[in-house]
Design a protein around this ligand. Structure first.
Ligand code: DX5
Ligand code: ZN
Length: 218
């Protein structure tokens, strides 16, 4: 199986962030997932462009920035300048997604759309021709360490079907509750990118490596 991993530093030890990021660097096909929370769209606060810019100085891994914020249009430029490679925002936060997607592209970055577990695939169908990534939330956004919501699998399958039938090129990324038990079904449904917080940073690296390498050999 061919897939990317995107470990979220939300679950990392921030007092030793460089060491934590080095754990990601041992993998091929890896991004860093940056969970940006504003205490407004979601009931939690993480970090902003200042930290993203600092992290940019210590690694060459592609930055997969996930904006869980109100008014994403007002912040995409800052996150682009801070060194993001992919910038993804939520459909629930805007009625002008195409405007924001265009803005991200004009900044020379890849653009992504995300949607919550209670939001149907239909809500993003119109933007699919314009996106580089679709981020399927398989937990309610806000916290790492939650349980995978299995109805997300149907959404991944639907997106995969649409991609095939319409000839779209976006990556399907899945975010929330990804671990050794849920990974396989997500990949079978058609996902290309596995976002992982607790699984990656709260287990031994040798265990994580074994699970990922086994799947890649299938
Ligand atoms: C949830 C975030 C996720 C999450 C991943 O709001 O977008 O990236 O923290 O953490 P795990 O893998 O622990 O669910
Ligand atoms: Zn995320």
């Amino acid at each position: 199986m061919n897939f990317y991993i995107s470990p979220s530093i939300i679950a990392a030890n921030f007092t030793n962030l460089k060491k934590e990021i080095e754990k990601i660097e041992v993998f091929d096909q890896a991004f860093i997932h940056l969970d940006i929370m504003d205490g407004n769209f979601v009931p939690n606060i993480t970090f902003g462009p200042f930290i993203v810019e600092q992290v940019r100085k210590i690694t060459n891994l592609p930055f997969d920035t996930h904006l869980m914020i109100k008014n994403p249009n007002d912040f995409v430029e800052e996150f682009a300048l801070a060194g993001s490679d992919y910038i993804t925002f939520h459909i629930e936060e805007t009625v002008f997604p195409l405007r924001i997607l265009t803005k991200i592209k004009k900044l020379g970055k890849k653009c992504g759309i995300s949607f919550n577990p209670a939001t149907p695939v239909e809500s993003i169908v119109e933007v699919l021709p314009y996106v580089d990534m679709v981020l399927v939330m398989s937990v309610e956004p806000g916290f790492s360490g939650q349980e995978f919501i299995s109805s997300s699998l149907t959404k991944i399958e639907k997106l995969n079907e649409l991609r095939k039938s319409k000839g779209y090129n976006f990556l399907i990324s899945v975010d929330g509750g990804i671990n050794e038990k849920t990974m396989r079904s997500v990949l079978d449904a058609g996902a290309d990118v596995l976002v992982m917080g607790s699984f990656f940073f709260k287990n031994d690296l040798s265990f994580v490596r074994g699970v990922i390498e086994n799947l890649r050999q299938l």
